[in-house]
Design a binder for this molecule. Structure first.
Ligand code: CO8
Length: 194
């Protein structure tokens, strides 16, 4: 018996399904009966869905619940890996990560845009851990080595400094202890409305 919510169990299953579809494609084809069953399940859930705008959780423009629903760290979000960030005493964020096939760019390696997404969140987590949440205004990415799929790597985020509403942070993805992707980010604190 687990305390996991049905929606979280479903999100985890959808992640596995995504990987399995890619794997089936790579090694032959998806069984037509299975494909029909998957479509029927999607129809069933879709029939229960509310308006997209009702899916927004938390106060619009704030960071309420951001980690839970994030496309990187959110257990509630089927497209998330999901990464589990830990914060050290200085507010630095880190998480082990192993990327499945759905994040592939060049064959066998993580897509560069995905690395950017991951590092945006790693830096945001570190900013929040330093009580300085903000919106991403600018990111500069340096790709030093490709990040392999299916292998454990380390994602880090570090809040560097703040000046008024501006915050600077750095995010890295490390492969075998060496920096593979380095991102410098500028964040601005601001509440927004739709
Ligand atoms: C915990 C998990 C959290 C998950 C969140 C992950 C992070 C995200 O995904 S955020 C989403 C992506 N980002 C966005 O959508 C942001 C869109 N942009 C905006 O909303 C606005 O442009 C925003 C908020 C960045 C700045 O707007 P605004 O408050 O009007 O800024 P403004 O008053 O003009 O400028 C403030 C200062 O920042 C500087 N600045 C603003 N934008 C930039 C920029 N892109 N680059 C460099 N400097 C900038 C200005 O020059 C100004 O500097 P100074 O005070 O020295 O003159």
């Amino acid at each position: 018996m687990t305390d996991e919510k049905p929606a979280d169990v479903a999100a985890r299953a959808v992640r596995r399904l995504t990987s399995a579809i890619l794997s089936a494609r790579a090694h032959g084809a998806v069984d037509p009966d299975l494909a029909a069953e998957i479509s029927e399940l999607a129809d069933l859930l879709d029939a229960e869905a509310v308006d997209a705008v009702d899916c927004i959780s938390g106060k619009v423009g704030t960071h309420d619940g951001a980690l839970e629903r994030s496309p990187v760290s959110g257990p509630k979000n089927p497209v998330a890996i999901p990464l589990r960030f830990e914060l050290d005493d200085d507010g630095n964020a880190s998480a082990p990560a192993e990327f499945p096939a759905q994040y592939q760019g060049p064959a066998g390696f993580v897509h560069g845009g995905v690395s950017g997404l991951i590092l945006d969140v790693a830096m945001a987590v570190a900013n929040s851990g330093s009580n300085r949440p903000g919106m991403t205004a600018e990111m500069t990415l340096r790709y030093l080595r490709p990040v392999p799929l299916h292998r454990e790597v380390t994602v880090r985020g570090r809040h560097l400094r703040a000046d008024g509403r501006k915050m600077w942070a750095r995010g890295t993805i490390e492969v075998d202890g060496e920096e593979a992707v380095v991102c410098d980010g500028l964040f601005i604190s601001k509440e927004l409305s739709l």
